[in-house]
Design a protein around this ligand. Structure first.
Ligand code: GAL
Length: 679
């Protein structure tokens, strides 16, 4: 039966009036939400439920069961085309009782024609259902949205029950996903002649092993050279890898060159030998968003190989990072993960999938790449594997001995240390406890401990603090030697997740600087899926927006996908050197939103050469088609060359006083321009 027929057949609540002439007139009808096609909803994962939860169970809020409704995940969004024919939307909303872990919390919001019409406020598991009643006269498009309620778990089960519309006459409503599915490639193919794409600045500490790859596109063979290299460093002519070590602090201006049969390219590199490392945001790959607990040394090697084969290495992608599950988990049902945390001397023991960490690090280094790993300041990680609590010094020494270059240090079970709960039995308490993370003295301490031990190692280890932004980590992350810190809970490959994370970044922006980066979590393009990889659920325009924003944010760029399944569209997203250059700009500023026009948010990032990158970011579900003139609001005054960075094309020569820009920004999409002053 078609949706139209279905809706018509279930018209209920008819108010039938008899006119003075005895003619029956239908003046109102009720259309239940569960009668619409709910499959167009976007949500964390799973199938949206009609009259059932996402797990197919009865809808239950605070012990009360409801027969009708829409069961979904936070975060989620459902768009319904009402065309002005509904007068009222009513529902009861709440967190479903079926998932109890991680303190479920969510907020239900109703938008009509992009205006917020109603919000439930944050609701928690066990709260009795709240009543939503929204007048809709004239509303054409309605969005039912559920956002995270601050617990950072995007998988809470949420219910809109007894949800229905009142209309003034017979009406049919359509649900739809308003965002285009069209995949289009913007990044031009690199030319056959050499072009050097690596960052313009690199930091190293005196005495540490030096490794820097001159990333360059163009036909091979290629011959690399470097003028002005300080004593202690040498370049491999064939691979372009600079190695050695510097004994004294200082700044060195080097000219890199790459030559092939088609021509020669040069680029300046500033080597800063001193206290600070990670002078541009780290770029690389991390195993979590793709493999989660199924990571293995073999998969890591294959990801590293793919980084080279796909050509990503030629665009500056460097780190290959192992997330959770290289350590043992004492209680795992999976034999390859099960084992003791430490040997008799207290040294961390790797699980049977990672038999030779030093060999793995050597393998990755030999490709010209770097390697990272993961731990927790608590007794165990979020996945219940061995954490570093009580063994921080020994662990930092192991990482250095193996030759690791990057540590992601994840709060996880540290809350249990603060609680004084048993610290040796992950099965007794939930792994993730936020306790103590929101009080400064207890929040900072564990990261400081590891930060200091990392600094004592004879190699540079990028320190990535992961505690989801508690206690405004951006204000103190530098003081614990952190190079980057997560500002958010885990990202998912859904629009709602990317959007909410993006909208939350401005507050930490002033703290970004060379060596200190706000981390809005890893990239969700390509095949992602936390052990169950699928093509990213983000639409193509949403992916352009995601990469553009993370570039503007000076965010660490960590690819989260299966590197062996990189398709042309994803490669186009990850190999645009002009977009990457915005992220890697040596000034290290983070873009903020300087102007909002409806759902269009305009982000501006100042660059070292005096130019500005401007992202016109459309968070709305309609195309933004405007003539733009407010340049002074973006700090732009004078004559500029405007360049489209995704297309790598100059667009116009613009005088901000009299000129205007025609903008046509796709729904959930972006145009990313660079404004360079004409001297
Ligand atoms: C989470 C973290 C994720 C991932 C995971 C591993 O706490 O935010 O990025 O590292 O733990 O268990």
């Amino acid at each position: 039966m078609s949706i139209t027929k279905r809706i018509k057949s279930v018209i209920s609540g008819l108010i039938i009036l008899f006119s003075a002439f005895g003619i029956q007139t239908i003046t109102a009808q009720t259309v239940w939400l569960d009668q619409l096609d709910l499959s167009t909803a976007t949500q964390g994962y799973g199938t949206p439920g009609s009259n059932k939860t996402v797990d197919g169970k009865p809808l239950t809020i605070a012990g009360k069961t409801y027969e009708r409704g829409f069961g979904s995940h936070s975060e989620s969004s459902l768009t319904i085309l009402l065309e002005g024919k509904a007068t009222l939307f009513t529902a009861q909303v709440g967190i479903d009782d079926e998932v109890k872990g991680q303190r479920p919390a969510a907020e239900f919001v109703v938008y009509g024609d992009n205006q917020k019409l109603w919000s439930s406020g944050v609701m928690r598991l066990g709260d009795t259902a709240r009543t939503c009643s929204v007048k809709l006269n004239g509303v054409r498009k309605l969005e039912l949205v559920v956002i995270d309620g601050g617990n950072g778990n995007y998988y809470d089960h949420v219910d809109w029950v007894d949800a229905k519309f009142e209309t003034t006459g017979v009406a049919t409503f359509k649900t739809f996903n308003p965002i285009s599915n069209e995949q289009y490639i913007l990044t031009p193919k690199p030319s056959a002649s050499p072009k050097i794409n690596s960052a313009k600045v690199f930091g190293v500490r005196p005495g540490s092993p030096f490794q820097f790859l001159v990333a360059a596109t163009g036909d091979r063979p290629m011959i690399f050279s470097a003028r002005g290299l300080p004593k202690g460093l040498k370049i491999n002519k064939k691979t372009g890898v600079i190695t050695g070590s510097l004994s004294k602090a200082g700044t060195f201006e080097v000219t890199l060159a790459a030559k092939n049969a088609k021509g020669k390219a040069e680029k300046k590199l500033r080597i800063v030998c001193g206290d600070r490392i990670s002078l541009t945001p780290p770029m690389g790959w991390n195993s979590w968003n793709c493999f989660a607990n199924e990571v293995s040394a073999d998969k890591v090697k294959r990801a590293a190989d793919a980084m080279v084969k796909s050509g990503l290495i030629n665009h500056g992608w460097t780190y290959v990072n192992i997330d959770d599950f290289w350590e043992n988990n004492r209680d795992s049902k999976d034999e390859s993960l099960r084992g003791e945390f430490r040997d008799v001397d207290g040294n961390i023991v790797t699980n049977s999938r990672f038999v030779d960490m030093k060999g793995l690090a050597d393998y990755v280094h030999d490709l010209g790449l770097k390697i990272g790993l993961y731990s927790s300041p608590g007794p165990w990680t979020c996945g219940g594997c061995a954490g570093s609590y009580g063994y921080e010094k020994q662990d930092a020494e192991s990482y250095a001995k193996w030759g690791f270059d990057y540590l992601k240090y994840d709060w996880c079970s540290y809350g249990n240390v603060i609680n004084g709960l048993p610290n040796n039995d992950p099965s007794k308490v939930s792994s993730l406890s936020y306790n103590g993370g929101n009080e400064l003295n207890t929040a900072i301490k564990p990261f400081k401990v590891m930060g200091e031990y990392l600094r004592q190692q004879p190699r540079d280890i990028v320190y990535s603090v992961c505690q989801y932004g508690m206690s405004d980590v951006w204000k103190w992350g530098d003081s614990v030697n952190g190079n980057c810190w997560r500002t958010t809970n885990d990202i998912t490959d859904t629009w709602v997740s990317v959007k909410n994370i993006a909208l939350d970044q401005d507050k930490s922006a002033p703290y970004a600087k060379p060596g200190n980066w706000n981390d809005p979590d890893m990239l969700v393009v390509g095949h992602v899926g936390w052990g169950n990889p699928h093509p990213s659920k983000l639409k193509p325009d949403e992916q352009y927006l995601h990469i553009s924003l993370w570039s503007l944010f000076s965010a660490p760029l960590l690819i989260g996908c299966d590197m062996e399944k990189l398709d042309d569209f994803t490669l186009n997203l990850l190999t645009n050197d002009e977009v990457i250059e915005i992220n890697q700009d040596p000034l290290g500023k983070q873009a903020t939103c300087l102007q909002t026009i409806g759902e269009l948010r305009i982000y501006v990032k100042e660059l070292e050469d005096g130019s500005r990158a401007v992202g016109f970011c459309n968070f709305g579900i309609d195309r933004a088609d405007i003539s733009y003139k407010d340049f002074e609001k973006l700090g732009l005054n004078g004559q500029f060359v405007v360049r489209d960075l995704w297309r790598q094309k100059d667009l116009s020569n613009l005088a901000t006083e009299s000129g205007e820009l025609k903008l046509n920004v796709p729904a959930h999409g972006v145009v990313l321009y660079k404004f360079t002053p004409v001297k």
